[in-house]
Ligand binder design. Sequence first.
Ligand code: ADP
Length: 491
Amino acid sequence: MQAENSLRILFISAEVSPFAKTGGLADVAGSLPQALAGMGNDVRIAMPRYKSIDAEMKYAADFAVQMGDRRETCIVRQGEIAFKLENDRKSLPVYFIDSYHYYDRDGIYCYMDDADRFIFLCKAALEMLPRIDFWPDVIHCNDWHTGPVCLLLKEGYKDQPFYSKISTVFTIHNLEYQGHYSKDVIRLLNLGDEIFVPEKVEFYGMFNFIKAGLVYADIINAVSETYAEEIKTQKFGEKLEGLLNIRSRDLYGIVNGISYEEFNPAQDPRIYKNYSSETFKDKKLNKYSLQKESGLPEGDMPLIGIVHRLTAQKGLELVLDVMDEIMKKDVQLVLLGIGDPYYESRFKEFESKYPEKMKVFIEFNAALAQKIYAAADIFLMPSRFEPCGLGQLISLRYGTIPVVRATGGLADTVIDYDKDKKNGNGFVFTEYTSEEFLKTLDRALRLYTDKSDEWEALVRKALTLDYSWRKPAEKYIRLYRLAISKTKDAK
Ligand code: ADP
């Protein structure tokens, strides 16, 4: 039985942890719904069933989805995400949208027909609803893959009573990825050419998926307050700042949380030795174990960790620029990342140059990521831009002190220790230069080596901070209610 004031929410995402993950979107799509369900709402998730997913699931529905002139078969299978609420075991339904044609492949993204694959996701998720007898108050769409859901509800489905009262919230996790495809996408959507105008989905002669979300969603939000402001400027707006300014009354910022159940140093089975703020000294054992496993000399020198998608966004150019300087110091560095071959090979070159001080893992490995968060003393995040960033939140949760550039969510979550000793939880620089980055890293290293008591206090404080979904989930409920009231007003 659903509580009286609760909401029915369908969450749609291209990646959802623990089933498929390339970055922070998956973390959010896997954990925010748990927090919302924990508050008594009926929350369900829809995502593609990629070949790599081997979760338990059962048949829920099958139907044909009209994709232009073709009809493609969709089979919906229902699985679940289990979670703990206080001492109860709970679960929420996950609907895997299955299509042999579109998803039975090894990877998640970067196929020639990605436009077709994600239009299929959007259409199938909507078509599924009456068949599973779920009528959401709100559909929560995430990033470019799901933009067409907002468009379809307002254009294609608007006269169908089942769909006309459903509201939408569209979350921008990263505006850099927009989904630009040829105008033919409109055929796949079975919509008319009248939407191919700059006020709607046209963008420099292309169909723009994220724009479809930003134009048609009832409410839009970005994953931090600062990023919500930044994307209204030319510097961060990725050529959509004009539209975002037009929609600024409906544009909000909510800083992401992280799952305090999944990311819990006191219980995480992936790390070498569990610890908490009371037993924080055991954190060191994680460092020794990682050093051993990585073939680095064991010792108390500061260990610098990096866990990122290797893309220009992450500002790793600043680190590469001063790598020789960093390696002159009594430090070690462990990097885990995958992405742009340029960064992969540059970091690998430095690893061969400094085999005693540096270890580089070029792979996606969720367990190793946790080992690094637990083992490192300092976590680097000198991002060029950062919509929210989860790396700094996860590292704080593991008592690892972040060194970040003040942009987007990093500016909202990390406070410079030297400027504000009471509230400080990391080290922050503003100007995007390797000199500023190095100076800031030096400040962190000096505190570690010269003032170990203060460093320990900082670590202990980090271990007690609350970056869980508790508060952000409440803010999302307010956004859902706003979206619902807008849909009602429009009737
Ligand atoms: P983004 O979403 O831009 O990739 P975030 O900081 O928001 O950055 O989230 C990144 C998430 O992906 C974190 O959970 C991080 O631990 C994880 N991650 C990034 N790279 C890897 C990797 N190579 N192996 C395992 N986890 C990774």
